[in-house]
Design a protein around this ligand. Structure first.
Ligand code: KIV
Length: 276
């Protein structure tokens, strides 16, 4: 069944948990989709995971469109959500609508995601008015790393916990179909999930949210630059890849790869004639 922003809301009403993972390319998107995951986020975490930046600040619209379109080609049933990169929506409502439109038209997204609460509500309203489904993202918002002063849990004091609840409600009122809660205390995330009617998708926000998302390269132990507390290893793919690369290196150097079964044959008469 094709997942959409509408089916996400229906899943919450039915009490069904929503699964999401990131992907940044066609082949991974195909695997994630075939595994039955409800949504694929083309996260701007591609800046860290795919492009080797220390943060997401340098990610461009062109990066998001390039990777987003590849993912969209591989996703048959999963809802493809593409992140709006830093400074593609903060400066004006006009920028926000035009860039969200590009992610839909050129990236073939089914929805877009942007970071922030109260301060970006006019942008969310305008994008929703343009018939583009919006997923919010509050709590730890990595695009604001330079004002947040580090990747740490949010909403742990009264003022920031109150702001989180208020931002979630404002996003719902502005027409968002879902909201990501990143690095938020579990009890607070559960409270927010009960307070709003749209689904909450947690990452480092405990088990009380309506769905979960992880960066696929984290949960497969492929990305080792840093490892957030909330990540669980579901498979040691990084280790398997490393072993495969080492085995290949050893066989190439020993001359045991390629073997006859990996080799194309030629009629000896053709070879003799061609090499006369
Ligand atoms: O960019 C990303 O991968 C994200 C998730 C961490 C939610 O925004």
């Amino acid at each position: 069944m094709k997942n959409t922003s509408v089916t996400f809301k229906e899943m919450k009403q039915k009490g069904e948990k929503i699964s999401m993972l990131t992907a940044y390319d066609y082949s991974t998107a195909k695997l994630v989709d075939k595994a039955g995951i409800n949504g694929i986020l083309v996260g701007d975490s591609l800046g860290n995971v795919m492009l080797g930046y220390p943060d997401t600040v340098s990610v461009t619209m062109e990066d998001m469109i390039h990777h987003g379109a590849a993912v969209a080609r591989g996703a048959e049933n999963a809802l493809v959500v593409i992140d709006m990169p830093f400074m593609s929506y903060q400066a004006s409502v006009y920028d926000a609508v035009v860039n969200a439109g590009r992610l839909m038209k050129e990236g073939r997204a089914g929805a877009i995601k942007l970071e922030g609460g109260e301060e970006i509500i006019p942008q969310v309203e305008a994008i929703v008015k343009a018939s583009i489904p919006v997923m919010g993202h509050i709590g730890l918002t990595p695009q604001s790393i330079n004002t947040m002063g580090g990747y740490k849990a949010q909403g742990r004091d009264i003022a920031s916990a109150k702001k989180l609840v208020r931002d979630a409600k404002l996003l719902e009122e502005a027409g968002a179909f879902a909201v990501t809660l990143e690095c938020v205390p579990a009890d607070l995330a559960e409270f927010v999930s009960k307070e709003i009617s749209i689904p909450t998708i947690g990452i480092g926000a405990g088990a009380g949210t309506d769905g979960q998302i992880l960066v696929y390269a984290d949960m497969l132990a492929m990305f080792s630059d840093y490892r957030p507390k909330f990540v669980k290893n579901f498979a040691n793919v990084g280790e398997m890849m490393m072993q495969g690369f080492k085995d290949y290196d050893a066989e190439v150097k020993a001359g045991t790869y390629p073997a006859p079964e990996h080799t194309y044959a030629i009629d000896p008469e053709v070879l003799a004639e061609a090499t006369k």
